[in-house]
Design a protein around this ligand. Structure first.
Ligand SMILES: *[C@@H]1O[C@H](CO)[C@@H](O)[C@H](O)[C@H]1NC(C)=O
Ligand SMILES: *[C@@H]1O[C@H](CO)[C@@H](O)[C@H](O)[C@H]1NC(C)=O
Ligand SMILES: *[C@@H]1O[C@H](CO)[C@@H](O)[C@H](O)[C@H]1NC(C)=O
Ligand SMILES: *[C@@H]1O[C@H](CO)[C@@H](O)[C@H](O)[C@H]1NC(C)=O
Ligand SMILES: *[C@@H]1O[C@H](CO)[C@@H](O)[C@H](O)[C@H]1NC(C)=O
Length: 385
């Protein structure tokens, strides 16, 4: 599910360049969220008044989802949610999202994926290398999500963290516990294998165990009970695909014969639906983005089409979908269609792509092209996980 690279940034000059340049941080971007017209904007207080009037309260943006099992819902996810392509990073091609994780949550995203590296003894959200793009510390990221969850008590959030430097569950756990977000952590009945029936959202909300955390490639540690090894519960389709060639075939974990075999065994399906360019340096495919994220079900390569295709192939809708630039589409519309809901309580975010001219300020990030031009990147044509 990671950004598929065909290069490795590896030179002392790159390191010194990046140290000299401000790091695009999780907290440093300017306010660029376009809130829709006041009629379309639904504030939290409006929502709770409406809920009181009808006797129903929305769970994950719909009362219809409250009594549905967690694994019988499509949770729309932001791939590489901490890697921003906005004015804070000079609209870097290494960014995968135009808006940050808390804006994403307010817009209806319920799965946040991030790549975690160890940098000077600190877990940080870096894109392949902390010299390339550093999205801030895991602690900062989790604190922001906890603050959002504190303010939104009827929402269930899922995290998917990639353990890029093979750290232990305890190393992650100490950050989860020190930020306090671990108090929201849900621990399923089985912690070492798939769970066929997950609780309903309402059950998770009532227990206030509203955070489901998967970490790719960790060994479970009962001292941090809610940190779950991803591939014991979730299977994924391939990532790093090129438009419009998405498919619903299982890619990971290995050892399961097919997507349907995985579904039968109780695994939850995750669809990686983001396209990279097929050029020397593989970066997110911006050209086809409007179609890639489109809810249309009659168009090749669209999210709507793949959502339907996987649902049909698996005889079950995807539990998770990851996209780049979640606001374009908007991607969440496909989840709403699969879930059969009309969402309430979201903050509207512009569906436009952000560019240097649409954004405010001069960028200060480092792009692949600039690094290449400066001769500080060695192209070695490998895929870095
Ligand atoms: C995310 O972006 C919004 C809008 O720019 C900003 O108000 C908010 O503080 C940011 N959140 C975090 C956690 O940085
Ligand atoms: C899943 O949710 C759908 C509603 O979208 C419902 O019809 C179906 O019975 C649910 N499946 C299970 C196994 O609960
Ligand atoms: C971490 O937090 C969880 C949830 O609050 C708790 O169950 C666990 O015991 C804590 N772990 C440690 C080592 O303190
Ligand atoms: C699905 O896509 C992956 C990645 O592009 C590819 O390796 C695989 O062969 C495809 N599978 C099918 C059945 O098309
Ligand atoms: C797809 O469907 C939409 C309506 O949902 C329609 O406007 C559009 O023309 C259709 N496109 C194709 C290629 O059939």
């Amino acid at each position: 599910m990671l950004f598929s690279f065909k290069l490795l940034a590896a030179s002392a000059s790159l390191l010194s360049l990046s140290q000299a340049s401000p790091q695009g941080g999780f907290f440093s971007q300017s306010s660029a969220v376009a809130v829709a017209s006041s009629t379309a904007k639904v504030s939290a207080s409006t929502v709770s008044l409406a809920a009181a009037a009808t006797g129903t309260t929305a769970c994950n943006n719909s009362p219809d989802l409250c009594n549905r099992n967690y694994n019988n819902i499509t949770h729309m996810g932001a791939h590489d949610s901490a890697f921003l392509r906005d004015s804070s990073t000079g609209f870097t091609e290494s960014g995968n999202q135009y808006y940050n994780a808390t804006v994403a949550l307010s817009a209806g995203i319920r799965l946040l994926q991030a790549q975690v590296h160890l940098n000077d003894g600190v877990l940080e959200l870096c894109h392949t290398s902390c010299a390339l793009l550093d999205g801030g510390s895991l602690a900062t990221f989790l604190t922001a999500i906890k603050t959002w969850m504190d303010a939104n008590p009827n929402e269930v959030v899922t995290l998917l963290l990639v353990n890029s430097d093979d750290q232990t569950a305890a190393t992650f756990g100490s950050v989860f516990n020190s930020t306090g977000i671990s108090s929201y952590g849900y621990t399923p009945s089985s912690t070492d294998g798939p769970v066929a029936t997950w609780p309903t959202l309402q059950t998770l909300i009532t227990a206030n165990t509203r955070l489901v955390t998967f970490i790719a490639s960790i060994t479970y540690d009962s001292s941090y009970p809610s940190l779950l090894p991803e591939f014991s519960f979730v299977f994924e389709t391939a990532y790093g695909q090129t438009f419009p060639d998405f498919n619903c075939t299982i890619d990971r974990p290995t050892g399961l014969a097919s997507s349907t075999a995985a579904i039968s065994a109780g695994y939850m399906g995750l669809v990686n639906h983001f396209a990279d360019t097929n050029t020397l340096i593989s970066t997110p495919d911006i050209t086809n983005l409007p179609t890639t994220n489109s809810p249309a079900t009659n168009t090749s390569g669209s999210l709507g089409t793949e959502g339907q295709q996987c649902t049909s192939e698996w005889a079950k809708k995807p539990t998770f979908i990851l996209v780049d630039y979640f606001n374009v589409g908007p991607a969440v519309e496909t989840a709403d269609n699969l879930n059969g809901i009309t969402a309430v309580g979201r903050t509207s975010v512009s569906t436009a792509e952000l560019t240097q001219s649409s954004g405010a300020g001069i960028g200060k990030g480092v792009s692949w092209a600039v690094l290449l031009g400066m001769g500080v990147v060695a192209v070695v044509n490998i895929v870095v996980l």
